[in-house]
Design a protein around this ligand. Sequence first.
Ligand SMILES: Cc1cc2nc3c(=O)[nH]c(=O)nc-3n(C[C@H](O)[C@H](O)[C@H](O)COP(=O)(O)O)c2cc1C
Length: 202
Amino acid sequence: MKQQLAELFHRRYACHVFEPGRSIASQDLEFVLEAGRLSPSSFGLEHWKFIVVQSPELKQALQGACFQQAQVGGAAAVIVILAKLAELDPDSPYLRRLLEREYPDEQLAQALNNYRSFHAATDVRAWSVSQCHIAAANMMLAATAAGLDSCAIGGFLPDQVKAILQIDPAQYEVALILPIGYCAEKPHEKRRLPLTELVEYR
Ligand SMILES: Cc1cc2nc3c(=O)[nH]c(=O)nc-3n(C[C@H](O)[C@H](O)[C@H](O)COP(=O)(O)O)c2cc1C
């Protein structure tokens, strides 16, 4: 298990050219989405929503909103990960429903109070987007496990993406765009700093 996971970490890479015309089996696509769904999130609030774009016209339009990065239009599927905004409001029914699930009755009022203070002191948009990035990391690894490739795309114009997908900006922010498919280029060498440069033991 450890060895398999290590291999997946090494095998996953950012794919910039996908095989044209090769679609993804629906069970593999669902496997990737399931990895997102099962991801951990702050307060257990599942900050994400996944829009799966497979229409060629919409993929091309999204490519335009991603500075013409060709891996967006060329992918078999483009998963647009949206970060919840309005539903994170302390008075929203969604928030109450999910906190009820997380906390037993006798702790709920205190949890809601704590959440209200946290929400007021937090950059909610950045917080929500950061939770979605956790889901994205799991989805990229799941894609590798399913024999697929992916490329996280943070280079996009959020207002254009929202306009193309008719997303209400009060409801959602665009967190990340994740094209997936079968890569048509050879993976490059992993370029990473050594642990000695990254870790301090104290
Ligand atoms: C949040 C995030 C945003 C990224 N945005 C882009 C992007 O817009 N375009 C792109 O080609 N790669 C993008 N990447 C991919 C990185 O460039 C790539 O992961 C990094 O260079 C390491 O290479 P590797 O993933 O192949 O190991 C992004 C990665 C992350 C995690």
